[in-house]
Design a protein around this ligand. Structure first.
Ligand code: ADP
Ligand code: MG
Length: 323
């Protein structure tokens, strides 16, 4: 029923920042090397994401906002091999049910693009040809239009500020995951983030936090049969730390920013001991962990932010030897 649909969609798109995260992931799944996020009135009046990815073929467009429609997973067993961010086919459908959605897209095989409007059930209600470059532009307006309580929660000044901060953090994390991709973020016409193409994780860290932070970090690389870990951790004597309320560290697992609770705790404890720091401190690290897709369970939390790793004990043991 409509109510059930609204309830479940509300669980998926719980905030403006989460909406942005889903749309940024779709852009990255489409191979975008440029992702532009523009929001107005803290996202409540407008969220627009423009990417230069592959675009959505015209023959697929009527399906993309349907419930559980995904182009990324064809068989359930594929879940063990999934290497795209999306696989549930829920985001666009959920967004349609709580906001107005317009998608313009063009693939490289098409001369012209098309602009499409969807209704709250995710059905295509109109399409018009437009001239755009290859890629996709999604415009979400009137967010939480039919959820007065949530709309009100997200219009409180504190919540608004918090959401802007969250979006910034999300884009920074994806920048570490995809240094080559250019990310920009604008709010009410003001540029809040400009992250041009970077060649590697080190250059991405410099873009985010400045050369002085990178200079206090050492490159680390551990490669074993079952995993590889690469990135930056603090050097002895030149500690880069933040206090517990603002941990800048980013762990990327198979290109996904995320948390494996016991592994994050291990890394933090190891660095605290190694650097001889007070335990309230957070040594700053930026790490990419790559494991075989079937060793990681990303389907644990609804927002896909916390993971289970099947091999974490052996990963932690290897790091103890290597670090
Ligand atoms: P999922 O990402 O889990 O597949 P979504 O609801 O987020 O589900 O998206 C549905 C489908 O719409 C995707 O599988 C993809 O085919 C298409 N799509 C969404 N956003 C984009 C985009 N920015 N570029 C190209 N295709 C897209
Ligand atoms: Mg998606």
């Amino acid at each position: 029923s409509e109510t059930v649909q609204l309830l479940t969609s509300g669980q998926i798109i719980t905030s403006v920042s989460y909406l942005v995260k889903e749309l940024v992931e779709n852009a990255l799944d489409a191979g975008a090397e440029h992702v532009e996020v523009v929001i107005e009135k803290f996202g409540q009046s407008k969220v627009q994401i423009v990417d230069n990815g592959n675009g959505i073929p015209k023959c697929e467009i009527s399906q993309v906002c349907k419930r559980h429609h995904t182009s990324k997973l064809t068989h359930f067993e594929d879940l063990a091999q999934v290497n795209s961010y999306g696989f549930r086919g829920e985001a666009l459908h959920s967004i349609c049910s709580i906001a107005n959605v317009e998608i313009s897209s063009r693939t490289s095989n098409e001369e012209l693009g098309e602009r499409h409007i969807f209704d709250h059930d995710g059905n295509l209600s109109s399409s018009h040809p437009i001239s755009i470059v290859v890629g996709t532009r999604i415009i979400v307006t009137d967010l939480f239009t039919n959820m007065p309580v949530r709309k009100q929660i997200f219009s409180s000044p504190n919540k608004c500020k918090e959401e802007i901060k969250q979006i910034t953090l999300i884009l920074q994390a994806y920048k570490i995951a995809h240094p080559i991709t250019r990310f920009t973020f604008k709010h009410n016409g003001q540029s809040l983030l400009q992250l041009p193409k970077a060649d590697d994780i080190g250059s991405a860290i410099t873009l985010l936090h400045g050369k002085s932070v990178l200079d206090c970090l050492n490159h680390t690389y551990v490669n074993r049969d079952n995993f590889s870990l690469t990135g930056y951790i603090p050097c002895l004597g030149k500690q880069t730390v933040s206090r517990s309320n603002s941990d800048l560290s980013i762990l990327i697992i198979n290109k996904r920013p995320g948390i494996v609770p016991s592994l994050n705790t291990f890394i933090r404890k190891f660095l605290i001991e190694h650097l001889d720091l007070p335990s309230r401190m957070h040594p700053i690290f930026f790490l990419h962990l790559d494991v075989l897709p079937d060793k990681i369970d990303i389907n644990v939390s609804a927002n896909k932010g916390t993971f289970l790793l099947h091999d974490q004990v052996s990963i932690i043991e290897s790091l103890k030897e290597e670090w």
